[in-house]
Unconditional design. Sequence first.
Length: 175
Amino acid sequence: MALNLEQKKAIVAEVAEVAGSAFSAIAAEYRGLGVDEMTALRKQARDNGVYLRVVKNTLARRAVEGTDFECMQEGLTGPLLLAFSQEDPGSAARVIKDFAKEHDLLEVKLVSISGQMLDPSEIGTLAKMPTYDEAVSMLMAVMKAPVEKLARTMNEVPGKLVRTVAAVKDAKEAA
């Protein structure tokens, strides 16, 4: 179905807006995937806060122009879908990587984060990045560890005294 100029402008504006606020982007070739598989991928993407869109390459090039993902312009060839992480940097990578495990026809072509292109094989590294909640919990664990160690150390002094007194008591009773 051919798009008129206004529809093309609307698509470019929508994708550009999403790309402007996204943390990372993945472009993957979807050639050979059926409608049911694409619907399942879209549902999985929606559930994980990932914007997923199949866009003509010329429109995609215009949409990413002036964003952190401008470095992807040269690689936008062939039938590609674009996935933008909107909640955390690794969400799109996790969705695409998990889906590609089950469907060999989905092939990652481009991976970009913060204006840098990564090798498509590094999608696993990006997918392993913690979510916001996981990062906060790791930070809190690191911040809490010294306080816990201090409390244990301070508690050890009276505990050692009690054990020493008990040992002296046991020694006197045995004698």
